[in-house]
Design a protein around this ligand. Structure first.
Ligand code: IMP
Length: 174
C-alpha cells in the first residue's frame, strides 16, 4: 500500500486485531465490573480502538477523549502538545486511558500529568499496540493488546502524515 512517498506492507490483519481487543475487553470486564469507570481515548489515533473495545465492555461506563500530538511524519518530535483537555469530573473514578499505540511513552506521561491532579480512584492504561524497546516513559501500559518491534505502522486509526487511518488492517513501513 502506497501512502504519499512511502510503501507499506501488511503487518496485522483485522482478525488478529479484533481478537486482541476481545481479550483486553474480557480482562477489563472482569477487573472493573461494578466500579465507576471512565475510559479516556487519546485522539486521533485511538478512535477505532476505542469504538471496538467499548462494543465489548459489558458494564455501564463513561467515555471521553483528549487530543495530543507529538508525531511529525514517521518520527516523534519529542514534545507533546495538548490540543483538547478533559472536562469530565474524575474524582473517585477509575480512569482507563485508551491509546492506539504506546511508543516512547511521552504522550502517556503528558496524559498522566493532565489527569493525576484530579485524584481519580485509580489510573491505568490500555493500548492496542506497545513497542517495549522504544519505551522510555514513567507509566508503562497495564493492558496491552499486541507487543510489536520498533516498526512504524499505519492503519486502523494510525496515520502517516494524517493519511492511512481508514483501514481494518495494520501495515508496516517496507
Ligand atoms: P509516544 O508518545 O511516543 O508513546 O507516541 C504515542 C503517539 O505517537 C501515538 O498515540 C501515535 O499517535 C503516535 N505513534 C507512535 N508510533 C506510531 C507508529 O508506529 N505509527 C503511527 N503513529 C505512531
Amino acid at each position: 500500500m502506497q501512502i504519499k512517498d512511502r510503501e507499506f506492507e501488511i503487518f496485522l490483519n483485522e482478525q488478529e486485531i479484533q481478537s486482541a481487543i476481545k481479550l483486553l475487553a474480557t480482562e477489563i470486564n472482569k477487573e472493573y465490573q461494578g466500579r465507576e469507570v471512565i475510559f479516556v481515548g487519546v485522539m486521533n489515533g485511538a478512535f477505532m480502538f476505542v469504538a471496538d473495545l467499548l462494543k465489548n465492555i459489558e458494564f455501564q461506563c463513561e467515555v471521553s477523549f483528549v487530543k495530543l500530538t507529538s508525531y511529525e511524519g514517521v518520527e516523534t518530535s519529542g514534545t507533546v502538545h495538548e490540543l483538547i483537555g478533559l472536562v469530565n469530573d474524575l474524582y473517585d473514578k477509575h480512569v482507563i486511558i485508551l491509546e492506539d499505540i504506546v511508543d516512547t511513552g511521552l504522550t502517556l506521561d503528558k496524559v498522566f500529568s493532565m489527569i493525576d491532579s484530579d485524584t481519580p480512584s485509580s489510573l491505568e492504561v490500555a493500548c492496542l499496540l506497545y513497542k517495549p524497546t522504544a519505551f522510555k516513559g514513567n507509566h508503562p501500559p497495564k493492558y496491552v493488546g499486541i507487543e510489536i518491534p520498533d516498526h512504524f505502522v499505519v492503519g486502523y486509526g494510525l496515520d502517516y502524515m494524517e493519511y492511512g487511518r481508514n483501514t481494518k488492517d495494520i501495515y508496516k513501513l517496507k
